[in-house]
Design a protein around this ligand. Structure first.
Ligand code: SF4
Length: 349
């Protein structure tokens, strides 16, 4: 590990000032990703700005009827918060599908948004990687790419975003509030993460020196009763998604779909959503054939990557079936412990 300066901050202002002291300065909260990156020599920040003392942990209703999730609220605290479980069970389910209980206890909401890809070549400093070192080349293209993207990739990077929480936030149309040298600004979640293009080193649209303050959820809009997060992975715990689906539906009095949201994880450099796919569902009775039509639109342009046993062509039919299954689960009603008003043994209500 390289030497670095440690700068604890007591206020947002002192944190922002410290972040501007060096171009490689990064904030640290739970440290569940950034410390791994530093130990593996993937990231070499000259300064760590400890933001854990900032007053950014609250989870509280907004005047508009939504919910504000503090950037420093831990993933576990967010998933088990009564207001999240009751009104945004899709978000609870997505968070609880990710990582391990220990990591969810440490990881912050802001850090979840900023975690880096788990592309194996990104972590292997003996191999070229455009995300780690712009212009070096991409070791994944045409090679072992089982975990990699089928949508939105570029010739420069085929990595996927690893978060489950972000897939739900994309479906829920959250807003990310940040502050930086240019003042505060609000970023629609759909615009927060980038596709790789020719700058895969840039995961998000955050500008240097900007800090995430909170994530705002809009009013629940009736999605809570029919939502599901389905995650498919190599093993049943502590693994990243091969494909995941956040699905939420709202039905009218005739039992037809009035509103729909679908976002995919594990398939692109950012949570993947196309409103055209949701439009296919509106006005329809819930039916596997209609769900499959929506899947076709959502997966339009999907391209496999890799070679031999490392080929990820299987992800396209896998994602299609996952979409249909997640929409069926959402139709049946929010499943499992995240069902509104349900209680879970051992989890504070
Ligand atoms: Fe690096 Fe992206 Fe290529 Fe992985 S896919 S080696 S992260 S450039």
């Amino acid at each position: 590990m390289n030497p670095f300066h440690y700068a604890p901050a007591d206020t947002v202002a002192t944190a922002l000032a410290a972040l501007q002291q060096h171009p490689t300065a990064v904030p640290i909260a739970g440290g569940t990703n950034v410390l791994d990156l530093m130990k593996e020599n993937v990231a070499r920040p000259r300064m760590l700005v400890d933001i854990n003392r900032l007053d950014l942990s609250a989870i509280e209703p907004t005047p508009q009827g939504g919910l504000r999730l503090g950037a420093l609220a831990r993933n576990a605290a967010t998933a088990y918060h009564p207001l999240v479980r009751t009104h945004y069970p899709l978000l609870s389910a997505a968070i609880l599908a990710g990582a391990s209980p220990q990591i969810r206890n440490m990881a912050s909401n802001g850090g979840n948004l900023l975690q880096r890809t788990r592309c194996v070549y990104f972590y292997d400093t003996a191999t070229p990687c455009n995300k780690r070192e712009p212009g070096a080349g991409c070791s994944a293209v045409g090679q072992l790419a089982r975990q990699h993207a089928i949508l939105g990739a570029s010739a420069h990077c085929i990595a996927v975003h690893p978060s489950d929480m972000c897939v739900a936030l994309a479906a829920l149309e959250a807003t990310v509030h940040v502050e930086g040298p240019g003042g505060p600004r609000a970023i629609a979640f759909a615009d927060f993460h980038r596709l790789p293009g020719d700058r895969p080193d840039q995961d998000t649209v955050l500008q240097p020196g900007e800090l995430i303050l909170c994530i705002e959820l809009p009013p629940p809009s009736g999605f809570f009763a029919h939502s599901a997060y389905l995650k498919l992975r190599e093993r049943t715990s502590y693994a990243f998604a091969l494909a995941s689906v956040a699905a939420a539906l709202k039905f009218n009095s005739e039992g037809r779909i009035a509103r729909a949201r679908i976002a995919l994880g594990g398939v692109a450099h950012k949570p993947w959503r196309r409103t055209e796919a949701e439009d296919v569902l509106v006005g329809q009775a819930p039916d596997p054939a209609v769900f499959d039509q929506a899947a076709s639109v959502l997966l339009e342009g999907a391209q496999p990557q890799g070679t031999g046993l490392g080929h990820n062509g299987f992800k396209i039919p896998l994602a299609r079936r996952a979409i249909v299954r997640a929409l069926a689960l959402a139709t049946a009603g929010t499943p499992g412990p995240e069902r509104p008003n349900a209680t879970t043994p051992g989890i504070p209500a």
